[in-house]
Each structure stands twice: as C-alpha cells, then as structure tokens.
Ligand binder design. Sequence first.
Ligand code: HEC
Length: 459
Amino acid sequence: MFYRITFVALLLVAILGSCTEEPQTQPARSEPLPDSVTFAEHIGPIVWANCMPCHRPGSAGPFSLISYRDVAKRAKMVAQVTADRYMPPWPADPAYRHFLGERVLSQRDIDLLGKWAAQRAPAGDLAAMPEPPHYPDGSMLGKPDLVVTMKEAYPIRGNNTDRFLFMKLPFEIPQDTFIRAIEFVPGNRKAVHHMNGHLISFDPAKKKDVFAGEWVVDREVVPVNEAYPRMGLLQDDGSYPSLTPLVSNYLPGVTPGTYPEGIGGYFMPQKGAFLLNDLHYGPQGVDTFDQSTFNVFFAPKAPKRPTMELQMGTLGISDIVPPLIIPPDTVMTFRTRAVIRQDVSLLTINPHMHLLGKSFLAYAITPASDTIPLIRIPEWDFRWQYFYTFDHLLHLPAGSVVQVEAVYDNTRDNPNNPFDPPQTVSERDGSMRTTDEMLQCILTFVPYQPGDENVELGE
Ligand code: HEC
C-alpha cells in the first residue's frame, strides 16, 4: 500500500516557536513609481521592516541595514538580492499560501529598491524620519518565570564549517506546572543558525540526577540511539522518559509565536530537560562561543487545547514512495501521504529536506475532492527551514488526504550537492547528517471545533 492509515496524535505540543513578527509588505499597488525615490520616504521603511530584524548589530546578517549610510553603500547589492528574491529569505510561495510573519517584498518594493539604486541612492529628508524600530535582544515576550541556560559557553572553532549538535539543558523545579510559552534566546545570534528543541519529562521516581551525562554531542558523529544514553536522557532503569517534540524552534528573524487564549501550552515536569535536537551553528571565520537560554512562561492551568503533531515521512507515520534513495545524476520526485482520520485544525507546517532538496509541495484533498493548498516551496533552501504558521486555523475535514511531493536534485547542477562527483544519497536510520537525506513534513494541529476557521493566529 502506498500509505499507512494511521493517524497518530502524538503528544502535547503547544506553542510552536514560530513565525510571527513585524508587519511587512504593503499590498502591491499599480500606481507608477515616484520620480524621485528616497531613503527617507520609501526605502527606510522597507528595510526596517524586512531586513533589519536580521541585519542589525549582533544578529545573523553579515552587516547592518539600518541607517541611510548602511544601505546606500550597498544599494546595488540590495537591489540585486531583492530582485532575485534571495533576500529576505522566505522560501514558501506566498501565491500558494500565506503564513504569519511572512516576510516577502511586494513587486513594488522591489521596483522601488531598484529605482533608488539606479538613481544613486538619494537620502531625502533624513531629519523627518522616525526612529528605527526597536528589536529586543532579550525576551520578546516579557519577564520569564524560569530561565534555563546552557551549562557553559560552547566554544565554536573559527574553521568555517557547519556544526550540528545535540545539547541538553536540564532543569529541576519544586513541582510540576504548566507552560504557556517557551522562547529560545540565542547567546550568539551570529553563530546560531537554527535550533529545534524537545521537552523531556522524567518520572521523578525514576530519575535521580537530571544533570548527569554529557551535555553536548556532535550529531554528525553520534547516532541518536547512542546520543540519548550518553547524554543521560534515559531514566535510571533504562526506560525512555516522555518527550514532547518541537516545543521550541528558532531561526534568525523569527519571533516565538503565542497562540490565542485556550490553544497550546505544555505540561512542565518537575524534573526534565530541554533537548536541543538539532542545534546548527553556521560557519564562523574566527573562534567564538555561544551560551543560549530558554525563557519559560508558566500557565496556571493545564492547556485546554494542547497542540498535537503529525509527522510524515522519515521517522514518521507515512512511508516515502519510492524509498528515499537518490542515485547520482538524477532529479527524482518522492511522495508521502497520510489520511487524516478526524476533523483537525492545522496550526503549523514544517517541510524538511537536506542539501539535495529542490522543491517541496504539500496539499490536502478533502473527501469532497477539494484541494486545500498547504505549502509550496519552488526553490528549496536548506538554510531557511521555517515552522510556517498558518494565518488562521486551517480546517481539514476527517478523511482528507495530505499529499507531499518532494523533488531532489542529485546532479552536479545542484550547487549544494555535498559530493563531487555525485554519489548515491539516501535516508539512513533517520540520520540527520546533512550528507544523508530526509523527507519530512511535520504538521501541528488541534482537534477541530466549530468556528475554528474564524480563529486568527498571531497577535
Ligand atoms: C531572516 C534573516 C534575514 C533577513 C530578514 C534578511 N537577511 Fe539578508 N542575509 C541574512 C543572512 C544570514 C545573510 C548571510 C548568509 C547568506 O547570504 O545567506 C544575508 C546576506 C545578505 C546579503 C549579502 C548577500 C551576498 O551575496 O553576500 C545582502 C545584500 C542582504 N542579505 C540583503 C538583505 C536585504 C536587502 C534584506 C531585506 C529586504 C535582507 N537581507 C533580509 C539574513 C537575513
């Protein structure tokens, strides 16, 4: 059979660490461009909303794009990267599906940037500009109830290579409680490329010391099944603790979202740990270090509608067809599909592939044969793997089939191909090594309630 008809409502996931941020693009307008495009009037607002979240001191972008001088001296490059839609990075096609915190320039913005560069970047009346917006470096959500910090500063060698790590941030609190929101705050915003974190809950009777074991393991070297015992993530009797996956996800420029009242939230165990399942430090030219933290915001009560997760493909509930083996010099399409057994309301979608990914498409077919677009990524970029949040709860009726189509390019034409000449690349026990492949589509949802389709997500 092409698919398994199981529908596993795993876990009590909640707040996605996801995309909500500043408003961005103006709707496309057909009026002609002004004769004179200036920084003060036109360019500043575009750059502050769409570029500055990452291009500011201490953030992920390689330089600041805030002041007139910052932008004017790079006007041509800015015009180029925006015309190519390389920046701001937002791989999902906004014509297929809108998401929260979408950072996509309108064609008019792009034209304005192009015309401004062609006119040699005039300043305009800078004195009339407002102050640039304030993007906080600490918490975006307020004062946390608990802060869990990396054991020590992790040293990152300046040898220009990517690092992919498992890391454990254990904690012990006086009693079990509930969580309203979790926020990951990178210590070194230049170095932390992305992070996906799980929450581990130990049975207090079966776990003496949550701090025992290695706190960091190189995931490109150590397989998951070895990493867990080495990191002291098993209980003292060898059993597995319970794990709530993906309670926090980080990418530069993305603010952790909080759901509307009543949706999302987690159980917070007395003895537990955040497991950074996939911590990626980007290549660094000089030796540096990172010490990141989680801010935890408590809730007085158990979540009314805890979120759940459906994971398709690698390590998930649905098979990949054909099996994910990509011979050299081929461009191949793989599919995976899952039947949704109950009415659900989707919150987020996270497509995942590695370096050979070329494009990604997911949609649902309802029992009435309607197609519900979920996400389309025309040009896959493995560096920008968002947990995309739908702008409102998206209802999938029971019996809908979620269909995923992923294309991989294992030819020399793929500049990200890790092998030259190309070699057979495949899935290997869910190995996260970037030189192995994965095909995953992770959906978070709550069971459907009438009226959900009118519930907007985000502030
Ligand atoms: C989500 C974070 C993010 C946002 C938003 C963002 N950038 Fe970037 N930008 C980066 C990172 C990281 C790099 C360096 C790595 C790379 O090139 O991918 C970069 C690189 C660049 C470069 C250098 C490209 C090169 O070839 O060296 C330019 C120019 C640039 N950005 C302009 C912009 C402009 C203009 C905007 C807004 C319209 C923008 N960026 C928005 C993160 C961001």
